[in-house]
Design a protein around this ligand. Structure first.
Ligand code: HMG
Length: 422
């Protein structure tokens, strides 16, 4: 069904929920649940963390109409930061008009390691471990047989010497789960046998968040006419965005902020889907530093014929659609419903596309009006609505508030009265 999203941000919260239900994007049950805003029952909170006192709430918002691999998604965001949702919505809108995002999941396996030390002969130990590879994989799978029934399991094992450590890596197909528990169980089961084979000691057995076997790439091509109606200005904006992306490759101070902007969107969606955002952040920041210098994760390049701005973002995305707190938290269930119940690979594709969208909006704002203009406009808009401005009164009132640099409700009300007297 084709949905017209114009004006979605101007509706009230309950109108938005009703709109989603009317369009068949949210069940009646979840509409009522979100309307009541009883986000996390305390008995569930107590299952999730120890010494629970209460639960801390954050805004749960929606970025509509996100086109990824030809499919439209309604994307839930959990964020405390103003303008993140507006920026992602803005980018989603422009990029949809330009054909949307393409996302490619290169592979989806988790990696873990057993770190051996005091190994008397690393070369000999490596040989023994590699020749016992098939038995070791069987041993790992025997420690967590349920994943085999689901079509997953331990897939490969390799060994690396790093100084006085002999590191044994295991790669796991965890299917829809993130796989941390599975992998840790398997690695701990392997440790005694690895100690025997290597004649060394196991220091630790743990998954790695540097999930290089779970890389996802999102790309998009933005038609320059959507950057500005003026052709020359559009080209200048695109050139500056390309420069901004180069700057993030060169300067770690800029790279850090550039990537923070990407994570404004990624974290918001990872949180909304009940996933472990620390794991996703840790993996991505390590990936950003893989060359030995911390760099921007995305790249923007202008086509040689200067008609399209091409964006690309690659990062590890070992996301889950099952397990952890996902099945416990009823708001997370609403997120999966809004997203159309994606499987893990599909969700990973959406998340990386969201990161690219967020980066697009931030860079465009930075190289044009600057970041503060958008913030002030949003603040003024929300004050105008709170002051009771009607649709046609919003734009002139926002203009007055920005010109007066007086961002409070009293000023909004006074300016609205003056506008009405004119
Ligand atoms: P604008 O062009 O003034 O927006 O941009 P507009 O009022 O013309 O509206 C255009 C569309 O934007 C709307 O279409 C919505 O899709 C969306 P419509 O619905 O009207 O057909 N939109 C909104 N959606 C929901 N609620 C709203 C809303 N307003 C617009 N209230 C905008 C305004 C804020 C989008 C723009 O200035 C922008 O993208 N700014 C960037 C903001 C940003 O990146 N914020 C993140 C926080 S800053 C940060 O932490 C990251 C950073 O440091 C990263 C880095 O350095 O790389 C910047």
């Amino acid at each position: 069904m084709k949905v017209n999203w114009t004006g979605f941000s101007k509706k009230t919260r309950l109108e938005r929920l009703d709109f989603l239900a009317q369009k068949g994007l949210l069940s009646k049950e979840k509409e009522e649940f979100l309307a009541k805003n009883e986000t996390l029952p305390l008995n569930v909170a107590e299952q999730m963390a120890e010494n629970t006192l209460a639960s801390l709430a954050l805004p749960y918002a929606l970025v509509p109409d996100f086109l990824v691999n030809g499919q439209t998604y309604q994307v839930p965001f959990v964020t405390e930061e103003p303008s993140v949702v507006a920026a992602a919505s803005f980018a989603a809108k422009i990029i949809k008009r330009s054909g949307g995002f393409n996302s490619l999941v290169h592979e989806r396996q988790m990696i873990g390691q057993v770190a051996l030390y005091q190994v008397p002969d690393q070369l000999e130990a490596r040989k023994k471990i590699l020749s016992a590879q098939a038995e070791l994989l069987d041993l790992a799978n025997a420690a967590y047989p349920s994943i085999l029934k689901r079509g997953g399991g331990a897939r490969s094992l390799w060994v690396e010497s790093k100084e006085d450590f002999l590191l044994v890596y295991l790669s796991l197909d965890s299917q829809e789960a993130m796989g941390a528990n599975m992998l840790n169980t398997m690695l701990e089961a392997l440790s005694p046998e690895l100690e025997r084979l290597s004649q060394g000691q196991s220091l630790m057995a743990i998954l790695s968040n540097y999930a290089t076997n779970s890389l996802v790439t999102a790309t998009c091509e933005v038609d320059l006419r959507y950057l500005s109606r003026n052709k020359e200005e559009a080209q200048e904006i695109a050139q500056k965005m390309e420069l901004a992306s180069r700057l993030a490759q060169i300067d770690p101070y800029r790279a850090s902020t550039h990537n923070k902007g990407i994570f404004n969107g990624i974290d918001a969606l990872v949180l909304a889907t009940g996933n472990d955002w620390r794991a996703i952040e840790a993996g991505a920041h390590t990936y950003a530093a893989r060359s030995g210098q911390y760099r921007g994760l995305s790249k923007w390049t202008l086509d040689p014929d200067q008609r399209k701005l091409r964006g690309e973002l690659t990062l590890p995305m070992p996301i889950a659609s099952k397990g952890g707190s996902i099945g416990l938290n009823p708001t997370v269930e609403a997120s999966f419903e809004l997203l159309g119940q994606p499987q893990a690979r599909e969700l990973a594709s959406i998340i990386v596309a969201v990161g690219l969208a967020q980066n697009f909006a931030a860079l465009k704002a930075l190289v044009t009006t600057g970041i503060q203009a958008g913030h002030m406009k949003l603040q003024a808009k929300s004050l105008a609505l709170q002051a009771g401005a009607q649709q046609e009164e919003i734009a002139p009132l926002v203009k007055e508030l920005i010109a007066g640099k007086n961002f409070n409700l009293q000023a909004a009300k006074e300016n609205l009265e003056k506008l009405r007297e004119k």
